[in-house]
Design a protein around this ligand. Structure first.
Ligand code: ZN
Length: 422
């Protein structure tokens, strides 16, 4: 990987300009990138002489756990994050782009602030112009001994997406503590592991959601300009459910899909559509097994309608829903209470497009955009009959509502429900 190593050498020069202050600010003189080409053969970069050496790393790992990145670090001896800057040291996670190997940023350890005893992390983007200004990473940081540290944070806090990346830990010590054999403004440094390591961060799929609040809802809070698009009665072949997902992806909108249990095996046998929904940020709800009027069933039948559907969604996708929608909107306190005892909130709607009657694309569009208010739940269908009109209305619905200042959320987001990961 010569390209990666060269770029890393260039980075180390850039880090020489890094001022590791005692407070929250990290600055940079912002030059040095690109000058590594001048380096010839000679002593190992980073090696040096002097009274001290960079802190030596015994082991390090970077893994994904649900939504979080977990960075674990073990040194060969005790270390104090609060003493790093004063000692002329730094301990950072270098983040490199998986494709090109170019350095994207670094996450550096700093001491606690004020009366806290918890170390802090700062993220600094690195570009051709040098190291950017640091910003505090919201992280959960723990130490099981004075040689170790583990930090858990969301990728977005370190400028990352759920994509593959390469990483290394870099430990530096500036002169006079260590004088590099090769003149190098970064001083001496050690890298662990020796070569950048690939880790594939992937979009975490929720495994469930936590029901809370009212057991029956028709809309969400009216104080925010958000709406929830909902689609019932699929999965379905005409048009294929994937085409609804395509439109939502293209327009960067999310929706909630209430699925009929008995349609899942015929039209989404491997759960691929459901996993795609979850990866896209969409939400899946339970729409009973065979779409009966639940108010006409015995409580045993009601229970099995809901449980069989939840079990099928879970088996196909790994996700356990916490929302259900009664077919025809037909509900009473008995079925709402039973559903709640099964962990399901009953979700009806306040905007009905009546798209199931195929009134024409422009009518469906008009009903959706005219009816929408802050917090609205908009009812449409992705199954149970030909839904080409509904699909055709969707792009313009999204565009118009967005022009009117609405953001799209799932029903779970609308109700402020917490999702579970792993
Ligand atoms: Zn339905």
């Amino acid at each position: 990987m010569p390209a990666i190593r060269l770029r890393l050498a260039a980075l180390v020069l850039a880090l020489g300009g890094l001022v590791l202050g005692s407070g929250a600010t990290f600055g940079s003189s912002g030059n040095g990138l690109g000058t590594a080409n001048a380096r010839g053969a000679g002593p190992r970069p980073g090696a040096g002489t002097g009274p001290s050496r960079p802190l030596q790393i015994k082991s390090a790992s970077l893994t994904q756990d649900g939504q979080d990145i977990v960075w674990r670090l073990e040194l060969t001896g005790p270390f104090s994050p609060g003493a790093l800057a004063g000692d002329g040291r730094s301990l950072c996670l270098l983040i490199e782009r998986a494709g090109t190997g170019s350095v994207a940023g670094e996450v550096c350890l700093a001491g606690p602030k004020g009366s806290s005893s918890v170390p802090r992390l700062f993220y600094m983007p690195i570009t051709r112009r040098g190291v950017g200004r640091g910003r505090l990473v919201t992280a959960s940081i723990g130490r099981s001994s004075n040689r170790e540290l583990s930090a858990r944070f969301l990728p977005s806090a370190a400028g990352l997406a759920y994509q593959p990346l390469r990483w290394q830990v870099i430990s530096t010590l500036r002169p006079p503590g260590c004088v590099p054999l090769v003149p190098d403004r970064a001083g001496c440094y050690a890298l662990y592991p020796a070569r950048p390591t690939l880790v594939s961060l992937s979009t975490p799929l929720p495994t469930g959601c936590v029901p809370a609040g009212p057991a029956l809802v028709f809309n969400g809070p009216r104080n925010q300009r958000v709406v929830a698009l909902t689609f019932d009665d699929g999965p379905w072949p005409s048009p294929p459910t994937s085409q609804f997902l395509d439109v939502l992806e293209r327009y960067h909108a999310v929706a909630t899909f209430f699925e009929v249990g008995e349609e899942i095996h015929p039209y989404d046998p491997g759960g691929g559509l459901e996993r795609r929904m979850l990866a896209d940020g969409d939400m899946i709800g339970n729409h009973t097994w065979s779409h009966p009027d639940m108010t006409r069933l015995s409580s045993d039948s009601q229970r099995s309608q809901l449980q069989a559907t939840t079990a099928t969604i879970r088996a196909a996708s790994g996700f356990t829903p916490c929302l259900w929608r009664p077919p025809y909107g037909a509900q009473n306190s008995g079925v709402v209470g039973l559903a709640r005892s099964l962990g399901l909130i009953t979700v009806n709607w306040d905007v009905d497009t009546v798209d199931w009657s195929t009134p024409g694309t422009s009518t469906i569009y008009q009903r959706a955009v005219d009816g929408a208010r802050p917090g609205s739940i908009i009812l449409q269908h992705f199954g149970g009959g030909p839904r080409y009109q509904t699909l055709a209305a969707l792009p313009q619905e999204i565009s118009t509502l967005r022009q009117r200042g609405y953001q799209f959320v799932t029903v779970a987001e609308l109700l402020g429900l917490r999702l579970i990961y792993k």
